[in-house]
Design a protein around this ligand. Structure first.
Ligand code: PEP
Ligand code: MG
Length: 580
């Protein structure tokens, strides 16, 4: 049966391939022996999870509206499986008899059922074991929550350019684990368009659709999929005509991309001869190759935390030095801006629990980023020392994320001074005049930008977080992603304020959030006065082309008018005219 799913278009392009389903919670549950007095509580926990899954299925079914009745039938089948005493009652007996945890009990029972299914000759019935697994996964996920990186674990050892990862959710570290495996694309049920998962997809240059809600439930392993990452559409089991149409579209996109690559060695200068710096955002040393291939003039944002995600312990100073050295050397004299760790929100060194005791329910507003670095002075010192040590090998700058208060900046500068003086004491060379800049990611920082301008050498606007905090929209939550609006007048006002205030005192400003890599917004940003753009390497050619076709003196008056508008829709309309 062919059907289409709609989600968030987060990374452009078309992929055609086979579904590779990733289990998030499957068989990797631990076996715990519980105290006799806790047994009934465990049974209740199991019943609660079952009830929640039943409600979830009901919601999915209601939400299907006019969708093909086959999908409804599919959900009905899962509801039937869920109510079968083999799954709803037997695990309770197992919990009571073996005094084990609910996850373990249900997985044991599932194994038994699946083994029975596999003996059945009838192919249709045999394949129902998939459904049993999917239902059990859903229950286990409810029992264990969504943490952990089972997704990445299940993908290990699988490689393939024609495989499309289908998962309920992927953490940034899951995606990092996929990076070497050459997947054609990935699609998930949850995740917003500027979540780090989406950003990584764009960085890898592979199409991706997130926020599909039920993809993991509706798609089967090995089914043929078309992922249209530009329109946010996934077509399951397409017919021959649709397949042919998309093969053609895919070819056209590839031709377009190779044409853009020809711009690699040309200068990024506007029609009125203003030089615009186009830099790369990278996540690990191996990204340097793509950065250079795309014509990047340097690294504007090196998200250092990505190299060490999910590994369980903090990297040593020497390990960091080695990673930073590879990037600085690889960039062959071009500037490299190294951002200090942005951990504690969705990116964690420890796979399950970010910072142990310190983690809270609302990590985006909690001990994240520079707040965490300042709270962990030893870790911060080792990172600053590692960065200072590589500063001797090239043109290195330090970038500090998530600053909001003047005293934080002062504390950060004091920490840098301390790292410098310890290196001096050990007679280790470094660049004494290394520049340090602050990211503008919090509305308070944008509004009170003077506190940065008086203390720091440069600014870099992190629009992903700035939009998240200005509009109070969780950037990784697909349920509110329709409200994540880069063109909201409040966002544009903050951007214009930061850029023009910094310009007055001659402090360089770059932008390293996703907005910088969107060619539709290049002219708007040029008109605001932005001259440095840092983005995923894959975006550089398209933005360069836009720069080369733009005349800043013509753009400025239009952008001034746009900045006076108060409705996003009108702003959007004007931006379309600006690009016409
Ligand atoms: C940003 O917030 O815009 C940014 C560049 O940082 P990150 O996406 O890593 O949070
Ligand atoms: Mg950020």
């Amino acid at each position: 049966m062919s059907f289409t799913l709609h989600g968030l278009a987060v990374s452009n392009g078309i992929a055609i391939g086979q579904a590779h389903l990733i289990s998030q919670a499957t068989l990797e549950v631990s076996h715990l022996v519980i105290a006799q007095r806790m047994v009934e509580k465990e049974v209740t926990r199991f019943e609660t999870a079952l009830a929640k899954v039943r409600t979830e299925f009901g919601v999915i079914k209601n939400g299907l509206g006019k969708a093909p009745t086959d999908i409804g039938a599919f959900i009905d089948l899962h509801l039937l499986i869920l109510s079968d005493p083999e799954l709803s009652e037997v695990p309770k007996q197992i919990i009571r008899e073996r005094r084990c945890n609910a996850e373990w009990a249900i997985v044991q029972q599932m194994e038994l059922l699946v083994a029975q299914f596999e003996k059945i000759e009838d192919v249709y019935l045999r394949e129902r074991s998939y459904d049993v697994r999917q239902v059990v996964e859903r229950i286990v996920r409810e029992l264990v929550g969504r943490s952990g990186h089972a997704a990445a674990k299940s993908a290990k050892g699988v490689k393939g350019e024609n495989l499309i990862v289908v998962a309920h959710d992927l953490s940034p570290s899951d995606v990092m684990a996929f990076k070497d495996q050459n997947f054609a694309s990935f699609v998930t049920d949850v995740g917003g368009s500027t979540s780090h998962t989406a950003i990584l997809a764009r960085g890898m240059g592979i199409p991706a659709v997130l926020g599909l809600h039920n993809a993991r439930q509706l798609i089967r392993d090995k089914e043929t999929l078309i992922v249209d990452g530009t329109r946010g559409v996934v077509i399951v089991n397409p017919d021959a005509r649709i397949l042919e149409e998309y093969e053609l579209k895919k070819c056209q996109i590839e031709i377009e991309r190779s044409k853009l690559k020809l711009l690699k060695t040309t200068r990024s200068t506007t029609l009125d001869r203003v030089k615009i710096d186009l830099l790369a955002n990278i996540e690990e040393p191996s990204d340097v190759t793509v950065a250079l291939e795309s014509g990047a003039e340097g690294v504007g944002l090196f998200r250092t935390e990505f190299i060490f995600l999910g590994r369980g312990d903090m990297p040593s100073e020497d390990e960091q030095f080695e990673a930073y050295r590879k990037v600085v050397k690889g960039m062959q004299g071009r500037p490299v801006t190294i951002r200090t760790f942005d951990l504690g929100n969705d990116k964690n060194i420890h796979s399950d629990d970010a910072i142990g005791e310190r983690k809270r329910d609302n990590p985006a507003l909690g001990l994240r980023s520079i707040r965490l670095s300042l709270a962990e002075p030893k870790t911060f010192q080792s990172q600053l020392r590692a960065i200072l040590r590589v500063s001797k090998l090239g043109k290195v700058k330090i970038l500090i994320p998530m600053l909001s208060h003047a005293h934080q900046i002062d504390q950060t500068l004091a920490a840098l001074e301390q790292a410098k003086s310890s290196l001096r004491g050990e007679k280790i060379a470094f660049d004494e005049s290394i520049e340090i800049g602050g990211m503008i990611e919090v509305p308070a920082a944008a509004l009170a930008v003077g506190i940065f301008l008086r203390r720091m050498n440069f600014l870099s606007i992190g629009t992903n977080d700035l939009i998240q905090y200005t509009l109070a929209i969780d950037r990784s939550d697909e349920q509110v992603s329709y409200l994540y609006d880069p063109l909201h007048p409040a966002v544009l006002m903050l951007l214009a304020h930061v850029i023009s205030t910094a310009e007055k005192v001659n402090i360089p400003v770059s932008m390293c959030g996703e907005l910088a890599g969107d060619p539709k917004l290049t002219r708007l940003l040029l008109g605001m006065g932005l001259r440095q753009f840092s983005m995923h390497p894959a975006q550089i050619p398209a933005v360069k082309q836009k720069v080369k076709q733009s005349n800043i003196s013509e753009v400025i008056p239009i952008v001034r008018r746009i900045l006076r508008l108060e409705e996003s829709a009108k702003i959007q309309e004007q931006i379309e005219r600006l690009n016409a």
